[in-house]
Design a binder for this molecule. Sequence first.
Ligand SMILES: Nc1ncnc2c1ncn2[C@@H]1O[C@H](COP(=O)(O)OP(=O)(O)O)[C@@H](O)[C@H]1O
Ligand SMILES: [Mg+2]
Length: 262
Amino acid sequence: MFGKKKPEKTNLEIIDLNEDSALSSDKDPKVLIEFKDVCKKYSQGEHDFYALKDANLTINEGEMVVILGPSGAGKSTLLNLLGGMDSASSGHIMFDGEDLTTYSDNQLTKYRAQNVGVVFQFYNLIPTLTAYENVALMKDIKDDTADPLEALASVGLADHAHQFPSQMSGGEQQRTSIARALAKNPRLLLCDEPTGALDTDTGKEVLKLLQDMSREKNRTVVMVTHNSFFADIADTVIRVKNGGIQSVVHNDTPKDASEVSW
Ligand SMILES: Nc1ncnc2c1ncn2[C@@H]1O[C@H](COP(=O)(O)OP(=O)(O)O)[C@@H](O)[C@H]1O
Ligand SMILES: [Mg+2]
């Protein structure tokens, strides 16, 4: 299939489902991210502990990627490396052809400000600021941010702009945090257990929103979860265990987020 690059490493199991139907995809198959033998190790006394070991993967622009694995597997480590919030011990992390592992602190700060939006399980909104003000904060980080009201409208919260986090439901708070991430117009939207604190129906709404971002706005969405049902809605599923990448599976016929249940 055109442009889809397969890592050569043998520790990866690559399965392409419905390889031919990829030609009918209207997504740009441009490679956005590549991990090459990426390790993250921590020293523990005389021993080294690998939170991530020899990770190889490729993510195309506009994909919805789900990173699956049990607690402690290395999922957040992977996400933090992707977002320039952590640095690798060895290996190379390519973003749009540039190697993040060669970046200075200043360059990494710029990379995060320009390219990365982050959504966390517990929203991380500032409680003393309204939804509007939480989203408007992004102006301090990047010059060309979206209008906060437009960002809130894009997640269905135009009428809630004046509310404080304590006056919103969990789902509304999470949508506000997504609006905040989107206000930066990031190429990469990283989500760590974004539905972890939500009930199923509200979680589905959030998943749908994230899937739409990938499908309609060509944003690259990378979501970490331990919920294996979410694999069905992903273009690519990366399974992580004990700091190792077990498999990278491309799926050309992902389910709609509204169809998934758990
Ligand atoms: N700063 C750190 N120092 C030491 N060990 C860490 C650090 N951060 C993460 N780890 C360890 O790395 C492993 C993977 O962590 P993490 O990526 O957070 O897992 P997950 O998100 O899949 O639950 C865990 O065993 C965790 O304890
Ligand atoms: Mg985690």
